[in-house]
Write a protein that binds this ligand. Sequence first.
Ligand SMILES: Nc1ncnc2c1ncn2[C@@H]1O[C@H](COP(=O)(O)OP(=O)(O)O)[C@@H](O)[C@H]1O
Ligand SMILES: [Mg+2]
Length: 372
Amino acid sequence: MLRVERLTKVFENSTDQIAGGIREASFALEPGTFFTMLGPSGCGKTTTLRCIAGLETPDDGVISVDGRVLFDGPMKMNVPVEQRAVGMVFQSYAIWPHMTVAENVAFPLTVMKHRRHTRSEIEQAVARALAVVDLDGFQDRPAPRLSGGQQQRVALARAIVHEPRLLLLDEPLSNLDAQLRDEMRGELKRLQSKIGITTVYVTHDQSEALALSDQIAVIDQGRVRQVGSPQDIYFRPANPFVARFVGATNLLAGRLIEADNGRGSVKVLDNRAIRCLVPGAIADPEAVSVSIRPESIRLVPRSGGPVRAGDNCISGSVRAVTFLGATRRVDVESDSFIMQVTTAADLPLPADGEVDLLFAPERTVALPGKVS
Ligand SMILES: Nc1ncnc2c1ncn2[C@@H]1O[C@H](COP(=O)(O)OP(=O)(O)O)[C@@H](O)[C@H]1O
Ligand SMILES: [Mg+2]
């Protein structure tokens, strides 16, 4: 539905020579997909979104929607923003306080140059959009007399009033407090699946990305580092950056000693071999990181607990225990490396602190590159 190929837009920063922007980003979305661009502040998410919207002219690449080319660098083709059939909610664009709800929502229709709308067409479209976001009858309400959540829904209604092919959302929940953000997150997901609109969502919040998305692109320093489902990104990260950015993880430096058909062994710590997944190419077998999520590790008393055949085992000593409510974090030292383990809050720990850490090869991933 949306295809982005080798999209590049670089800003030369005259003061410190560090160029921001996005480089050679490629992804393709099926119709109805909720797609999230996830990455730290300044990595190029907004730049990419503005290029798709037509607010920014890329240096190079191709953008098409439903086979219709919106931008083509080599062909020098660029469809203006008002003809791209996209709806947008941007972080900084609140709704206009001096207008009523209806005036806010109607705005995209009133500025369309290539298609004039009659008054009754506009009224009907506004009523339809407000119904979608459950604000029926709010037309005449002055914008300032709305709660934060309602204002957010008005912004969404405004983004969909002209029935765009594509919805672009740039950190739309970042101005809300934590509880409202959780609520709106659920609402946003329901709304998106209700109208089935292909959506590109931008956030720096990994839990938001995991909760909302069908597909996630993880971006770092202007480069797409991985595209995949939330499960792929979480359990089969492509590199140490993705592993660390999307949730807590243990990263052990090691040496790849065998790999075949997506599985292999890596020697870590005190020359111990552990079995793992090897999902991608490893250029340098001497520079490998192994990622194991804290909740993928089972903690048992040393040589005491039942060991599942095929599990990896690392022995260590408990160094710290942190109560977190539903769970507990246990730091275990092995060969002067601290492994983080998440356990049930009431799991008994051995008095001498000597434990074995067990983890399945399917939850252990070898990644290219040494941990920095
Ligand atoms: N118009 C611009 N001129 C110069 N630099 C820019 C411009 N827009 C963005 N940048 C730089 O590009 C980088 C990426 O910005 P942006 O896409 O807004 O990041 P994100 O949305 O991921 O936080 C930043 O370093 C930013 O300073
Ligand atoms: Mg941004």
